[in-house]
Write a protein that binds this ligand. Sequence first.
Ligand code: SF4
Length: 518
Amino acid sequence: MNKKTRILLIDITGDWLGSGAESGGRFAQVAQKAVRPLVSYPIGLMYLAASAKEVFGSEITCTIVSTALDCPSPTAVVRLAHTKQPNIVGIRALSMHRSMYQDIVRVLRDSLDDILILGGGPYPSCQPADALCDGQVDAVVRGEGEEAFVAIIEAYRHGERRWHTIPNVHAAGTPIRLDNNNPIRLPLDDIPFPEYSKSLVAKFAKVKNMSRRYSNHANIVSSRGCPYQCTYCHNIFGKRFRYRSEENVFDEIRNLYETHGIREFQFIDDIFNLRRDRLIGFFDLVVRHDLPLIFSFPNGVRGDILDHESVDAMIEGGTRYLFFAVESASERIQSLIHKNLKLDRIAENIAYASRRECVTGGFFMLGFPTETIEEVRATIEFACATDLTDGYFFVATYYPGTEMYDLAIKNGFEPSSEDGENFFKPKNGAYAFSAQELTGISRTARREFYFSEKRIELKRRQLPVFFSPKEITEITVSQITSCDIEEGDIGHDEYRRYMAPYFSFARRIDSMGIHFDF
Ligand code: SF4
C-alpha cells in the first residue's frame, strides 16, 4: 500500500460544551472559562503518535484533537472528521466519559463510510465489551497501546483485518479475553518522546491544567505500573513498576526547555516516588544543570514512603505543588481498599513539605462500600488536622472492572453507568448512610477544611509561591461555591478582609447563574 494512511486521534476531555465559546460581557466570559473542567494534554495519544511516526514516517498523517479544545460537541466532531477524512480514528476515554465516547462512535459511524474505529484508555481497558458498542467500534486496545497501535496500522496498510490476533486488542465479534492486557515489551527509555509543537503548547497554555495553572507547560510520564493493590484502581499499566532512567526523563525535559522554553512540568505518573534512589537521582540532575524549572505532582504521590531527604530533593529541584493521595483516614477502610497507607507517616511528610513552603494538596474519597458515617468523619478530621493547603473530597466511584465495583455488588448495591460521570456528585452507594447525607457531609467537609483559619493562612502564604492572582481567585471561588459559607462566617477580621474579594466574585458569578460543578 503506497497511499498515506490518515489517522485521527480523539482525546475525550471535559464535557460537551455546545459551541464551546464563552458568551456575555468580559466578566461573564472570564467566569465561564473559570468554571470549566481541567484539561490535560492528550499524552497517551501523543505517545501513540510518536511511536507510529517512528515506524511509518511520512506514510501516515496523525492528527490529535481534544474534545474540550477542538471539537466540543458531537457536531463539531463530525465536522472535523469530514475535514480530515481519516482512514483510522482512535478514541481515548476515561470511564467517566463513557457516554461521550458512545456519542462520538455513533456520529462517526453515521457520517463516515469505511473508517476503522478504535477505542483505548481506561474505559475501553476496563470494559472492553461495552466499549465495542455492539460492533460499531472495530477494536479496542487494552492497557498500553504503543505496540498494538503500530501493529494495527501495519495490518490495516496491508489490508489485514484480524485485529484480535494482536496482543492487547479485542476485536468486535470475537471473544473477550480478560488476560489480554500486558505491558509493552519495549524498555520505556526506547519509546520516542511525545511531540510538542509550538501551537500545541500555546493552545494548552490557555486552558486550566491539572495543576490549575494557565501556563506553558508539559506533562511527564516517567514510569508505568504500580505494585500496590488499591481496589478502586483501574490498573491500566499493570502491577510491575517500570521506569525511565533519570537521564532519559531529564533529556526530554531539557529538550522541551531548549526548544519551546517550557519551564513547568507536571509529573502524572501513577507512583513517581516508588523508588527513592531514582527520585533523588533525578532531582540531583536538575539541580546540577541549574535550569529554572518548576515541577508539580497533580496526580499525587504515595506519601507514606517519602522521607525528609526525598522531600528536600524535590523542593530543591523546583517542586512547588505536591498532592498526596490519602483517600481515607480510617484504618479499616485503608485495609478494605488494600491501600494500607501509614497515616502518621503521610501526615508527617505533608507537614514537612508544607513547612518548606511547597503548596500541598490531598485527595480524599468519601462513600467507600460499607463505610460508616464515623469513618467519613475521621477522614474529614484527619484532613482538617493536616497542614495541607489544598484538597479534593471526591465521592468514591465504583468503576466496572475494579475490585471495589465487585465489593459494592457483594454488598447488595448495583452501580449505574451514570454514577461514574462526576466524582464530586454524591450518589447512592454501598455505604451505611444515604446519598443525601453524603451531600451534606461533603459540603461540611469542604467548609471545615477550606475555611479554617489555619487553611486560610496557609493559602494566603503559600498559593502565591506557585499561582498567579487570577489562578488563586479561581481556586478560592471554586472552594467558596463548593460549600455553604458566607463572608460573615469567617470570624477572624484579617482573614475576612483577605477573603472579601473572593466572596464578592463568588456572589457575582452566582447571580449570573454560573457554577462550578460540585
Ligand atoms: S497507588 Fe495508585 S496506581 Fe497504585 S494501585 Fe493504588 S491507586 Fe493504583
